[in-house]
Design a protein around this ligand. Structure first.
Ligand code: NDP
Length: 282
């Protein structure tokens, strides 16, 4: 009798998950690699998360991505965490190996992999706007990648100071907090400047309260926001001669890392970037 192979499944759990380009990107990458895998997007309410994670294991899923609001809550349902996920206390990528649920955080790694295409983070002085989930993941990963110092600039003092304490005490990197309470000059000594806030999301004209003329042409400037791709922050930096890195690079690279973790295969990055651009119509 003909036995059809069992299709391998990974999923994305969030709330809501609509408008998420990951499924489009991953399924294109599976097809390009000749893998008969599926990537399901599943809307899961916070109170159902434990059941949903147990269901992944019961149904033989190979893993999954976790988006808001589950990145922190999912940790308690996992068997072990990578070093970075443990430091961040947040997981966006789970793999299931021999029935064991392993949590990783690929947001920061995706950013660093994207940054490496432009500059080596080792020895660099970094300034990051924001101290939420994305900024935290990026700052920890840059610290682990050998950044010389990290300046955290945030509107809410407690959140910014908590990230600085984590960086100093657990990641052991030089870190400073700057309160963001008005138009701020870009720190002149920084080599890499990152917008890790949600300012600019869905609004090409939204501006960070910064003095745009304080960008220095030698600085590499990056944004986590990927929709629109050319944010005002990046446009203002590019106009002053800076090299810029858009949020799509981070998105695609976190997908590349997840793909590698689940399948053990190196995906075609260009296919993934193309798929995301097609999805976002850019
Ligand atoms: P969080 O809600 O955890 O954090 C948001 C951050 O933005 C906080 O530091 C907040 O400051 C700051 N912020 C928001 N509005 C303002 C404002 N008006 N003025 C000053 N600061 C502000 O969100 P995430 O970290 O999860 O996500 C941030 C962005 O990163 C989103 O746009 C998301 O789409 C993007 N992202 C991109 C990824 C990619 O692959 N490219 C991956 C993950 C996220 P405060 O602490 O003061 O509230």
């Amino acid at each position: 009798m003909h036995e059809p192979p069992i299709q391998q499944i990974v999923c994305c759990m969030g709330q809501p998950v609509s408008g998420n380009p990951s499924q489009f990107m991953m399924e294109r990458a599976f097809a390009a690699a000749g893998l008969d895998w599926r990537y399901l997007t599943l809307e899961v309410a916070p109170e159902d998360l434990g059941d949903a994670v147990r269901g992944m294991r019961a149904m033989g899923f190979r893993g999954g991505n976790f988006t808001l609001p589950h990145k922190v809550a999912v940790v308690k349902y996992l068997d072990r965490l990578s070093e970075a996920a443990e430091l961040m206390g947040a997981v966006n990528c789970v793999s299931i190996e021999n029935g064991e649920l392993i949590g990783e955080n690929t947001d920061g790694k995706g950013f660093v992999e994207s940054l490496r295409q432009m500059t080596d983070p080792s020895g660099k002085r970094v300034a990051i706007f924001g101290a939420g989930g994305a900024a935290r993941a990026i700052a920890v990963e840059l610290g682990l990648s050998g950044a010389q110092s990290i300046t955290v600039i945030n509107r809410t003092r407690e959140r910014g100071e908590a990230l600085v304490s984590l960086l100093r005490e657990r990641v052991e990197v030089e870190a400073t907090f700057v309160l963001w309470d008005g138009e701020l000059e870009i720190p002149a000594e920084a080599d890499v400047i990152i917008n890790g806030t949600s300012i600019g999301l869905g609004d090409p004209q939204a501006r960070l309260p910064i003095v745009a003329d304080s960008f220095d042409a030698r600085q590499v400037v990056a944004d986590v926001v990927f929709h629109p791709v050319r944010t005002r922050f990046l446009r203002e930096a590019a106009e002053r001669g800076c090299k810029t890195l858009d949020g799509l690079g981070m998105l695609v690279n976190q997908g590349v890392i997840g793909f590698r973790i689940w399948t053990g295969v190196e995906p075609d990055r260009a296919v993934m970037r193309e798929a995301v651009e097609e999805f976002l119509e850019v």
